[in-house]
Design a protein around this ligand. Structure first.
Ligand code: DGL
Length: 259
């Protein structure tokens, strides 16, 4: 059982930010990554559509023999993970915006959250925000258009700069000291964001926490791969292979697969 791969899926290339954290913490694990870029972005889709796509991705990863599935997409986690947990006999790790650490650490009592419409409108997100945001101003912003630009390979572009300037303006005006990245595509924007934000603003995402949680669950259920060789990492996309290769810095092969 333990030599089976960890399955990871996202609406596209963004979940590779989570894959990189998992690889760094668990180098001996084999992994299979699915980028559902053909159907990206998930952020503006209905809950039902997000659930159906998440089920489709899960079925393929199970068919490929995965022992655990990381839903490396905030939109899919916040809208579909409870359905997935009920429907499949496999363990799931999800990702959610890191509201809690930001809310507990803010000095200015104002935090910003950038995420998709699907995440910000989800019940799970509202529950977490209600729990931790007492006495704190939470500036929520839908990152409309960001995922599509990243999927087109335009992460570092004039169009992206213009979008981010618009989205950050109200947050900077509200004097946020934490910016929570609530979408796994967004860590790729950190260099741009750091140029635009005042120096005291800290950026948090949940990638490392997900990797730690993945390790803990594998340990707890005796599913760790104890081999000493570095694990294989397979990547499948139903979208643009070159964009996927670029985001992985050319370190891995990527296969095109319609799913
Ligand atoms: N990476 C996905 C997330 O974390 C992007 C969602 C989308 O495709 O809109 O939310």
């Amino acid at each position: 059982m333990s030599i089976q791969p960890i399955g990871i899926f996202d609406s596209g290339v963004g979940g590779t930010s989570v894959f990189k954290e998992i690889k760094a913490l668990l180098p001996h694990e084999h992994t299979i990554y699915l980028a559902d870029s053909f159907n990206a972005p998930y952020g503006g889709k209905s809950k039902k559509e997000i659930i159906d796509l998440s089920v489709k991705n899960t079925e393929l990863l199970i068919q490929k023999g995965c022992k655990l599935i990381v839903v490396a997409c905030n939109t899919a986690t916040t809208n579909a993970i409870s359905v997935l947990r009920d429907a499949f006999d496999i363990r799931f790790i999800g990702i959610e915006p890191a509201i809690k650490p930001a809310a507990l650490s803010t000095q200015t009592k104002a935090i910003g959250i950038l995420a998709t419409k699907g995440t910000l409108s989800s019940e799970l997100f509202h529950k977490t925000t209600d729990l931790y945001s007492h006495g704190i101003k939470v500036i929520e912003q839908v990152g409309e258009g960001i995922v599509s630009l990243i999927e087109e390979g335009k992460t570092d572009s004039e169009d992206m700069t213009v979008l981010l300037q618009t989205y950050l303006k109200p947050m900077i005006a509200a004097d946020i000291d934490y910016l929570v990245l609530g979408c796994t595509h967004y860590p790729y924007l950190i260099p741009l964001l750091l140029e635009m934000l005042p120096n005291h603003v800290k950026i948090i995402d949940s990638g490392q926490a997900v990797a730690r949680q993945t390790k803990a669950v594998l340990e707890q259920h005796h599913l760790l791969n104890t081999q000493t060789l570095i694990g294989n990492s397979q990547f499948y996309t139903n979208g643009n292979v070159d964009v996927m290769k670029d985001i992985l810095d050319g370190h891995y092969d990527v296969e095109h697969l319609m799913f």
